[in-house]
Design a binder for this molecule. Sequence first.
Ligand code: GLS
Length: 868
Amino acid sequence: KIPVQSRELWNKHKVRKFGTAEEFEEKFISHVEWTLARSLYNCDDLAAYQATSQSVRDNLVIDWNKTQQRQTARDGKKVYYLSLEFLMGRALDNALINMRTDTSSQDVGPTDETLTKGNTAREMIRNAMKDLGFKLEDVLEQEPDAALGNGGLGRLAACFVDSLATGNYPAWGYGLRYQYGIFAQKIIDGYQVETPDYWLNFSNPWEIERSEIQVPINFYGYVHRPESEKTTTSPSDWIGGERVLAMAHDMPIPGFKTPTVNNLRLWSAKPTTEFDFSKFNNGDYKNSVEQQQRAESITAVLYPNDNFDQGKELRLKQQYFWCAASLHDIVRRFKKNKRPWSEFPDAIAIQLNDTHPTLAIVELQRVLVDLEKLDWHKAWDIVTKTFAYTNHTVMQEALEKWPVGLLGHLLPRHLEIIYDINWFFLQSVEKKFPHDMDLLSRVSVIEEGSQERYVRMAFLAIIGSHKVNGVAELHSDLIKSTIFQDFVKVYGANKFTNVTNGITPRRWLKQANPKLAELISETINDPNDDYLLDMSKLTELAKYAEDEAFQKKWNDVKQFNKSRLADLIKRLNNGVDIIDRDHIRNTLFDIQVKRIHEYKRQQLNIFGVINRYLCMKEMLQSGSSIDEVAERYPRKVSIFGGKSAPGYYMAKLIIKLVNSVAEVVNNDAEICDLLKVFFIPDYNVSKAEIITPASDLSEHISTAGTEASGTSNMKFVMNGGLIIGTVDGANVEITREIGEDNIFLFGNLSENVEELRYNHQFQNTSLPEALVKVLNAVESGAFSPQNASEFRPLIDSIKHQGDYYLVSDDFDSYVATQDLVDQVYHKDKKEWLKKSILSVANVGFFSSDRCIEEYAETIWNAEPVKPE
Ligand code: GLS
């Protein structure tokens, strides 16, 4: 603590934010010289990016410190969002957009007064950069994506921290600081090849290393119980066998138009300073060092699976390491206030992003019982009131379960606690439903198999939480009627709720689509972009849906964004332009970008493309002119992108098929560029920012009942793209919000899926004619002349293995709906533009600000801490 008499001096030298371009320039140069130890003579774009980020970060840190002080002083309920994935993307541009320009605070910073009229902080920096000799766009390009996530689940967490800060909630994210994010995808000969993403190659200006915060974490070892304590529910000592340290790295998360800057705390593993002297003395110096180094492997790499549980020991280690460090941190902060333990749930809400952090439930129970010596039941009451769990999938292969042996070996005391939690839970079930042995075994946390026994993490998460939510209405209904059906019986339906996902409009509209954002703010007369905080303001746009002059402007923005994407594609295609720029306005950009997964059905999309191509060829063969073909099958570019899990054979084969089809179609002179296919390699957040605004149509075509929500569907709609989709996930609510006239739905409904699957297995179902032709072409080697059987597994899965994802059942409906898309797009542009405008006008519901409010009100009972 600084003595009172010294404080005046501190205040005299108080650090200040830059507010003007000149102040920024001064900061920039001092960072080039002092932080980077470079100079005017060797400052390249990368150094300029580093210096700009450091300067902007200085501003954020001032607000960050104040936010933490304010939130501590106000002592409201704190929210902690535990997520193994945060797919953040780039930070600099986002910070520039979120940098406040209001005058309400005494702090210096870019304000309405220091900025020339109508200029944003971002514009100010752009001009300053220009004066310093740099182009902002080139400098922004230097930043590597922070790709600490796989797909939707990780990006959701990133949108949530943005909205939490924007809504002034006292909320921290907790995650892991992987040294390697999701792999970089290369396409070689049409195949996905994974290369490591060493994103920390150049130092990361957005993280603040907290070397003073190091939490010891134990693994393995054994449990010791004093003689007097007979049962496992009484305080026990866990004597850990291996110890590593968790070190904190903080990333400031700025809210939009508010001085609230929240914290994302990521843990990295490092060896303890303790040294195994016995080994050392035995002359085994190398081994004792090696063991120390093993620690770092815990946070070395993100597991590259989406919607799939691989069950690796190192993954379990990651999970415990992160849960234990985060809880230690949370408990330490709580204890500072010396409030009674019973008030813990009034002070703290912890949200579990999927089952990955379920061990936090067990760890808190251990801390309370073993370390704080609370009675088991009192402790359990605190635990269940603190936690809430979000389920993100119904896919069986994604539901986490850990072998009892593995868990007990790594975390012996935690396994005991899990058994006891289960014991008390089953007792309560038995009381409510006496003698229902089947029910007991169905809801037990322990799955009794013939060989191995498993801990079912989702069940543990439900039992340890006061609320469980799904991520879209259909999904939340489905979990209640399928995977968690028995728990609805046990707890009643009220424990289960829905919070439909959302996305942050700051990144996905303002940042990704500056031209559209500008047109919107000009049209609805909102020069300060307040609509980005209140998306219901967008309904104003509906007035102009049929206004011809406005439609033209709207269309011009889309064309600009399509050209921007065409440029990117050209660059990725080694400079070869596959998109005819003269016809870009009449070329439908049809995009499917997301993780590659059989349930997301990129195979349905590419089969549709093949069908189109075969039909075009057939027309030509039977004597039609190219104009007639163009009339029936107008210009289209089919764009794909997404990563497959490295071990997912079928998904990788789908990528290869897309690339093989592209090879044939793009080089077929006969079809005169009417159809093009392109697979964008290494789809990531920063590429999504270019891809999303450019779609005319995007595809969200999962088998009904399989996609929990989807969030890219929301991103595309927010950018004026129309959707072709199944009645699945959030597509249902998108339809409700934007109107069924403005979305192209097709395919079977989720309630029919079971029967259709049954039919494939036990009835003789025939395939649609068009699909048969497609499969025959693929089988004949039309796209793999060197190896005709290459795509056999994809065909077999449909023809001979029950077509689990119902490609054949939805194929005709899909093709017919694509025809409808062509008709509206090419024959009735006005109608198309009207749909596009109305979609954006009604997309407001899908702002992640709305989700966070729902979580705060219905699950966390947390209030914003507004800055004065
Ligand atoms: C996912 C679901 O598959 C998506 O539908 C959902 O939008 C996302 C966020 O809730 O979570 N679950 C998962 O394991 N990966 C996802 O992207």
